[in-house]
Structure formats: C-alpha cells, structure tokens
Design a protein around this ligand. Structure first.
Ligand code: GAR
Length: 207
C-alpha cells in the first residue's frame, strides 16, 4: 500500500477526484493546507484522512516553513506527494527532498503559460485550445517533465471562469490516472525526464 500526502490551498476538487477514484493500492493518508479556510480540508476529513493547516505566518522564511512541512509530511512516510491546487512556491530543499515522487497539476498546456492567470492568458492570446498538465515537480516552476495533458476548446464568448471550470472537469479525469501510475510504479523520473513503463514521455507527456 502506497501512502499519498496531498497539498492544497483551496477547494480541493482534485483531491476529491483522487479520493473517489479509490486507487486500489494507494491511500491518501494526510492533507496539508497553507490556508486555514481551504474547503479541501473538510473534504479530507469526510474521506477519513488527517487534515492539517500549517500557517506560513508563523515562520520567518519560506525555507523554515517548508522544513517544518517536510517534517510533518514525513511522519506519514509518504510514497507519493500530490500538489492539488497548492499555491505556494516551493523551496529548493523541499523539491529535492521529494524529487521523483512529487507531482503537480497546472491549468495550462505546458510549456505554455507557467505561473498564474493561465485561463485569461489563453483567452487574451485568442488560443483555440487550452487545457491542463500533470507534471513531475522539479526546481523550475511548472517546468518539470509533463506526464499527461488534457485539452479543451476555447470558445469566443468564454471568460476565465467558464474556461477554468471546463479545464477543471478534465483535471478530475487525468489526475487520478497519473496517481495510479505512480502507485503502480509504472511512472518514474530520471535525469528530469518522465518514463511510463520504461518509455520516455515526450514534451506533452503520454499521448
Ligand atoms: C486547479 O485548476 C489546478 O490546476 C490549479 O488550481 C486549481 C485547484 O482546484 N493549480 C494551480 O494553478 C497551481 N499553479 P481544486 O482546489 O478544486 O483542486
């Protein structure tokens, strides 16, 4: 059985999708949030996982916060770390500590639009398609190797909220797939490249 720890900052709908997927050989043992009011903490409790809030304001630096977070996460002996709407930049030490076992979901077709406001940026650029990417986490912000993407159309009368909800629906489909691949030890990262069943994945991940 693989232990999964999930980091959130908000609603936690991706967390819920992972719970609902009931991945056979994996269990979400704990959820951590850097926001006290994050609804994902309620979802964690509903599904029987430990729910923790760690307040960044109580720490002098990003490094000090991340060090404590690492310490608390490691008490759960995690095999997989899942970032699901976790909206904090990670310290280098944190990233390196979980290298190869930490994944993130980012609401754009990486390498397009790393960072924030991805939906508005896709609309402003008159993109015809947009989407979401699951990737391994490396030191480069939203820059680790892509594992799986899902595309959605962008319609002329879309606004950022409508587009975000179309993307979110796709996220709920793809994130549990990637977590299952990790749990089944089918997915690995070596030298900052992602491999599924030993085959190297391309720029856009599994296709
Ligand atoms: C998701 O759309 C996720 O891709 C995005 O936050 C949302 C969280 O939704 N993540 C980022 O923007 C990370 N840079 P959720 O809390 O309902 O799962």
């Amino acid at each position: 059985m693989k232990n999964i720890v999930v980091l959130i900052s908000g609603s936690g709908s991706n967390l819920q999708a992972i719970f609902e997927a009931q991945i056979p050989n994996a269990k979400v043992v704990a959820v951590f949030s850097n926001k006290k009011e994050a609804y994902g903490l309620e979802r964690a409790k509903q599904f029987g996982a430990a729910a923790h809030f760690l307040d960044p304001k109580s720490f002098e630096s990003r490094e000090a916060f991340d060090d404590e977070l690492m310490k608390q996460i490691d008490e759960y002996q995690p095999d997989i770390i899942v970032l699901a709407g976790y909206m904090r930049i990670l310290s280098k030490a944190f990233v390196l500590h979980y290298l190869g076992k930490m994944v993130n979901i980012h609401p754009s077709l990486l390498p397009k639009y790393p960072g924030l406001h991805t939906h508005q940026r896709a609309i402003d650029a008159s993109d015809k398609e947009h989407g979401t990417s699951v990737h391994f986490v490396t030191e480069e912000l939203d820059g680790g190797p892509v594992v799986l993407q899902a595309k959605v159309p962008v319609f002329e009368d879309d606004n950022a909220d409508i587009l975000a909800s179309r993307v979110l629906t796709q996220e709920h489909g793809i994130y549990p797939i990637v977590v299952k691949w990790l749990a089944d030890e089918r997915l690995t990262m070596k030298n900052r490249k992602a491999y599924l069943d030993g085959l190297e994945l391309g720029t856009h991940g599994y296709a």
